[in-house]
Design a protein around this ligand. Structure first.
Ligand SMILES: Cc1ncc(COP(=O)(O)O)c(C=O)c1O
Length: 458
């Protein structure tokens, strides 16, 4: 039996959850057109749809809500957040936003022109979509090992630095207004990026004067992996490692709904004053004044406090161990997952789980549907539903390399027995995998289709 570090907190408030009976789960899923995004959360027993905005806040954060100074401009909580961000991330400027994609929208609108390219280890779906929305091309340059679910490379989230160099030479630096690193690499299995890789990416970009921005949603988990796995960092504090990571960047986008331990919030940070001025104008247009950015002041306070809590080593140790525990329980029964597990989720490898279902029939989505039917557990497909693209000239679909199902673990929400239940359900499903059929999509928007798509079994 794998070891789980005990929770470094105790539970002060509880929320009831309920498992609908099998017949009800069947009706609920059919009513939602087999898209679990469309299921009412009260009909979900264990909700592993996302780790985003689903954290349990601490007593200190809840107390912080009461000191929210709800002034329109220059509230005290803005300055508290500013203090935290300058101590942790050390960028000269920051703008609060209501969540990560708002920071992306402001950043890309300020710097990306039609026809530009933005390379990354792997862009998250909203990042990808926000770059394309302003006419740019989002380009993924992951390490080859990052696309092999069984490879045990310790930093599978790394960018392929040689490919980056070739890419810059090919398209020309003047068409690359910035490059990005997503840490940890969510779409690539929640895998961490090493500090050596951050440094090497920065070195390449510096030769051409291209700024580096970090998609920092899960930077604290990434920092913990650096401490665990990268030589020379075991004795450094998480804050010291964070300082080094961000010292190589020119700015970052942050969805604080992850490693800010809040239910809503984010920010955009940068060193360049001109960019700050341009972004401020867009922020005022889309999000709100520069000292609140679409948030209530109380939300700014919760974020200021949560950012510190997410860097706590005891918290991170438990967090990473919890994900590892679920992964080990599945692995010991032969369930194919992305190895080693990342920081926020266990990713089932739907291709190996359901080898009889071709990608055109969405094996990941079929698995998501059955995970709900079997145990009332909500997971999310990170595969062809999310990333397949239709070639407009040939009309052919291009499918992604990885066909994954993400079991994202909300922070400080579920206990070991919940994870044992999840493991038991998935193991049971794995035994019956031949009975699972593929799916066809009956409705899907061209952009971010996974949120609203509809399906039926083939
Ligand atoms: C890596 C990454 N970047 C950006 C985002 C977007 O953040 P938000 O959902 O707060 O808009 C997410 C959200 O899941 C993410 O995982």
């Amino acid at each position: 039996m794998p070891n789980l570090v005990p929770e470094p907190y105790r539970i002060k408030a509880v929320e009831a959850i309920r498992l609908p009976i099998r017949a009800d789960r069947e009706a609920i899923l059919a009513h939602a057109a087999y898209n679990v995004f469309l299921i009412k959360s009260e009909d979900v027993y264990i909700d592993l749809l996302t780790d985003s905005g689903t954290s349990a806040m601490s007593d200190a954060q809840w107390a912080g809500l009461m000191v929210g100074d709800e002034a329109y401009a220059c509230c005290r909580n803005y300055y508290n957040l500013k203090g935290t961000i300058s101590e942790v991330f050390r960028f000269r400027y920051f703008l609060p936003t209501h969540q990560g994609r708002a920071a992306e929208k402001v950043l890309f609108a300020a710097v990306v022109k039609p026809g530009d390219y933005v390379p990354s280890n792997t862009h998250f779906d909203t990042t990808h979509a926000n770059i394309e929305a302003v006419g740019g091309h989002a380009v993924n340059l992951p390490l080859a090992e990052g696309l092999v679910p069984t490879s045990r490379h310790p930093f599978k989230g790394n960018m392929d630095v040689e490919r980056l160099q070739r890419f810059v030479e090919d398209v020309g630096a003047q068409r690359i207004p910035l490059a990005m690193l997503t840490i940890t690499n969510n779409s690539g299995g929640g895998q961490p990026v090493s500090l050596a890789n951050v440094r090497a990416v920065k070195e390449v970009l510096s030769q051409y004067g291209i700024p580096l921005f970090i998609d920092a949603c899960r930077y604290a988990e990434n920092v913990y992996f650096i401490k665990q796995r990268e030589e020379g960092y075991a004795d450094k504090t998480t804050l010291e490692i964070a300082h080094e990571v961000f010292s190589y960047a020119d700015g970052c986008t942050m969805s604080a709904k992850k490693d800010g331990l809040v239910n809503i919030g984010g920010f955009l940070a940068m060193n360049d004053e001109c960019l700050y001025q341009r972004a401020s104008q867009l922020l005022i247009l889309w999000e709100g004044f520069v000292t609140y950015g679409g948030l209530a002041s109380r939300d700014l306070e919760a974020m200021a406090r949560g950012l510190w809590e997410a860097l706590d080593e005891k918290y991170l140790q438990h967090r990473v161990a919890q994900v590892g525990y679920l992964a080990e329980r599945l692995l010991e029964r032969g369930v194919p997952i992305v190895e080693p597990p990342g920081g926020h989720a266990v990713y089932l490898d739907a291709r190996r789980f359901l080898p009889h279902i071709p990608q055109a029939q969405f094996p990941g989505q079929a698995l998501v549907a059955h995970v709900y039917l079997e145990g009332g557990i909500r997971a999310v497909e990170v595969g062809s539903v999310m990333f397949a693209r239709k070639d407009e000239t040939t009309g052919e679909w291009k499918y992604p390399e990885l066909e994954l199902v993400r079991l994202a673990i909300p922070r400080r929400v579920y206990t070991q027995s919940h994870l044992d239940y999840v493991a038991d359900v998935i193991i049971e499903l794995y035994h019956k995998r031949e009975q699972i059929h593929g799916m066809r999509c009956t409705y899907g928007l061209p952009v971010l289709r996974h949120f609203t798509a509809r399906f039926e079994f083939v």
